[in-house]
Design a protein around this ligand. Structure first.
Ligand SMILES: *Cc1c(COP(=O)(O)O)cnc(C)c1O
Length: 510
């Protein structure tokens, strides 16, 4: 070890700074590190490749700090190195996709994976994915089967459709529908419905990608039947309605409903497609929620094709559901692009089990997490907030104050953008106004850094934890001591040598 100038630097490393610095020459070779007892145990457990890779990464990261003069001798004693190596191996093996606690108040949060799957869907995934299955095998005839047929009958039963098919997501459902029904020809859409959904999905662009020509009719706020009538010509292939799921027009507005549009289209021998976006399969009003259009109503109104998502209000996996007339669905299913957009067996299994829950609508609010969370009584959430507030206040004292408060959540994923869900939760404020913004950011990142990351939202100079989606409070409560400790250590204090080295190498090698 090299004795450097014994400057006692304030530690941001969270490790003991004894003033004794380590230089690059003090670091062991990779081979020597791998010969230590602890490293040999790691190799016995994980094999040589991973452990050697992590050992090199660790020593590389330490060498950089040694050269910079920021490495203390204590960090490279045999025990510290072994612990750092074990930490690096653990960090490398830890999945990047992790479970989180969604306390944002937005139930179907696109950034947090949208709908949470029902137990039935998880169970069905486990039993069908761990073994061969009849994905495309007809057990009755012993011949080749059609993967769509696993859910087609269910979708027809639930929506009253003659036929149905499924694809990777609703964006794909819309793309495929337009391509199959209108490629090389014109699609008539109201100007007020040329929406953009989640960045890359913009109706005019989808139209172009499908090889169809968009014919815009009406104005942003008002479109009339005569606008559609006038736009229909020789090259028209399809009239289309798009549910303006993520924005709302208010005031002097007019739109043509599906039933009237279907009359116009059918008089000209043309089909009508309706993209619902979310599309609930049950009337949400019956569960005390705002009403969302149902595919079954759009079909009854005369639509030839209705498309909607699997992981929004339906509460299932990512999927695009296409229901409609036998002839339209046959054209869509037979279109070559279908093969590129088809569902994988994983979401298909989850979708089937989710749809089957809808056969028992009276049990749905119990069995389907999305509906259960959306319909959760606000009194129950309020009571939970009241119970949790004292423990959270204790963990965050004295830097923050905590109170149970009423909150406004939302459904999410563009469903019913204007409606708010009356909810409740914990409102956390910095005890001191000065530096309050930074204190809130620090708390938000400490919450995200917990083993089970907690995601809240910052509004009005408070951090809000909406408890609607916290059905089991135990995992949250169990982390309060860790949260308190992390806040005591401060923003940098949490990272230990191993985690630090691993994190820096991960960042470099990604
Ligand atoms: C969400 C949405 C889509 C896209 O659905 P994904 O399943 O996310 O691909 C398309 N149209 C509308 C109206 C939507 O709301």
């Amino acid at each position: 070890m090299t004795e450097r100038a014994s400057v006692r630097t304030p530690s941001t490393e969270g490790s003991v700074v004894d003033g004794v610095k380590a230089g690059p020459q003090d670091l062991p070779s990779t081979d020597r590190l791998l010969r230590s007892a602890r490293a040999r145990a790691l190799v016995a457990e994980h094999g040589h490749t991973l452990v050697a890779h992590e050992a090199r990464a660790l020593l590389d990261a330490l060498r950089v700090r040694a050269v910079a003069g920021t490495l203390s001798a204590a960090e490279i004693d045999a025990d510290a190195l072994a612990a750092a190596l074990a930490g690096g191996v653990d960090a490398r093996l830890a999945p990047r996709m992790r479970r989180v606690l969604n306390l944002t108040g937005t139930v179907i949060h696109t950034n947090l994976g949208r709908a949470v799957l029902a137990d039935a869907a998880l169970g069905h995934l486990l039993t069908t994915m761990a073994a061969p299955n009849n994905l495309e095998y007809d057990l009755a005839s012993g011949g080749r089967g059609e993967r769509d047929s696993l859910v087609e009958e269910l979708l027809c039963t639930l929506t009253g459709a003659e036929a149905a098919t499924v694809v990777n997501n609703n964006a794909a459902a819309v793309l495929l529908t337009i391509a199959a029904l209108a490629q090389g020809r014109e699609v008539v859409v109201s100007r007020g419905e040329l929406v953009e959904i989640g960045g890359a999905f913009r109706m005019p662009d989808v139209m172009a990608a499908a090889g169809a020509t968009l014919v815009e009719v009406g104005t942003t706020n008002r479109t009339h039947a005569r606008d559609y009538e006038r736009a229909i010509g020789e090259r028209t292939a399809l009239l289309m309605k798009v549910h303006t799921s993520n924005y709302a027009l208010q005031g002097f507005t007019a739109a043509v409903e599906e039933a009237e549009l279907a009359r116009i289209a059918h008089a000209h021998g043309l089909p009508v497609a309706s993209d619902l976006g979310s599309g609930a399969l049950v009337d949400l009003a019956a569960h005390g929620l705002p009403r969302e259009p149902l595919p079954q109503d759009k079909l009854a109104a005369g639509c030839d094709v209705v498309t909607f998502s699997g992981d929004k209000l339906l509460g299932g996996p990512q999927a695009g559901l296409i229901v409609g007339s036998r002839s339209a669905i046959a054209r869509i299913r037979g279109f070559p692009m279908k093969r590129a957009l088809r569902m994988s067996k994983l979401p298909l299994a989850a979708l089937e089990a989710t749809l089957r829950l809808y056969l028992r609508p009276e049990r749905l609010a119990r069995d389907l997490p999305t509906l259960r969370l959306l319909a959760r009584p606000v009194e129950q959430i309020r009571a939970l907030a009241g119970r949790l507030a004292p423990a959270v206040a204790q963990a965050l004292a004295p830097r923050y104050t905590v109170e149970a408060a009423a909150m406004q959540g939302q459904i999410g994923s563009g469903s019913l953008p204007v409606e708010r869900l009356a909810s409740a939760g914990l409102a956390i404020a910095p005890a001191q106004r000065k530096g309050g913004g930074r204190a809130l950011d620090e708390l938000a990142s400490a919450l995200r850094a917990l083993p089970l990351a907690v995601i809240g939202r910052i509004a009005d100079e408070r951090l809000l934890l909406d408890l609607r989606c916290l059905e089991d409070a135990q995992p949250f409560v169990e982390q309060l001591p860790a949260l308190a400790a992390a806040l005591r250590r401060g923003p940098e204090g949490g990272a230990r040598v191993g985690a630090r080295a691993a994190a820096s190498t991960t960042a470099r090698r990604r």
